[in-house]
Design a protein around this ligand. Sequence first.
Ligand SMILES: O=C(O)CCC(=O)C(=O)O
Length: 257
Amino acid sequence: MLKETTTSELIQNYTTYGFAVLNTLLEDQDLPNFELLKLENSALFYEKDDTTLRSLYHLQNSKHFIEWLEKQTWIKAIVGPFLGPNFYLHQTKINIKNQDISSIWPFHRDFPFWNVFDHIPSNKMMNIAIFLDDVNAGSGELIVIPGSHTEFLEREEENKSTEYSIDGSASSDLLFNFTDQEIELFKNKMGSQNIIGPKGTVLAFDANLIHGSGNSLENQSRKLLILTFNSCENLPTAVSERPEYLCSKDHRPIVWR
Ligand SMILES: O=C(O)CCC(=O)C(=O)O
């Protein structure tokens, strides 16, 4: 089990750069079982060929997942200082990377999806990403722009009038993305970091951090579990039109065992 990490360094990195990689790994036996999650009623999202699995959403449908989650008290220790004692799962998914170009995630921030489409008022949210496989350079690793969580372009104001679509929410044709020039500007100013690491690596990242990933040199190269938490003090102000698997309507706080 991951030790309940002292949070001061994590809080400092997370606040300054918009992300933090934990200094301990989850052991194999402490990771959820992907095959069980796939069997237990998760929502499956496919690539453009309609055959290759891109993402498994709404893991909350799985008894195995809930039993696993309730035991991860280290999550409470990391997320609690930012979101307060009570928070719930807004979205869960496992992204599976492959060689096809449609496997990319264009550079984007997450919070516009949750604010504009799901009516969550403020960014009292946090992503915890857990590597279910080793992630190497070229295996479709996540790339982040450190510090971008507090730097916005003026034109991002227009995001507020974007119409939602399923493809625009979960495929490589993602809404709220940036032009190549905009990303170059951000990278020139702030640099970028490729997040690689062994299976069991844990990354916490801010919902406004600009991040994305390319396709992979290998097939089925890595599975990345992403848990998105929202504070119970930051409930949506209206009901989202998006399906339950993209925006959970269950706002009960997680109970830790
Ligand atoms: O799996 C990835 O590489 C990126 C996922 C992502 O950016 C997202 O789910 O918002």
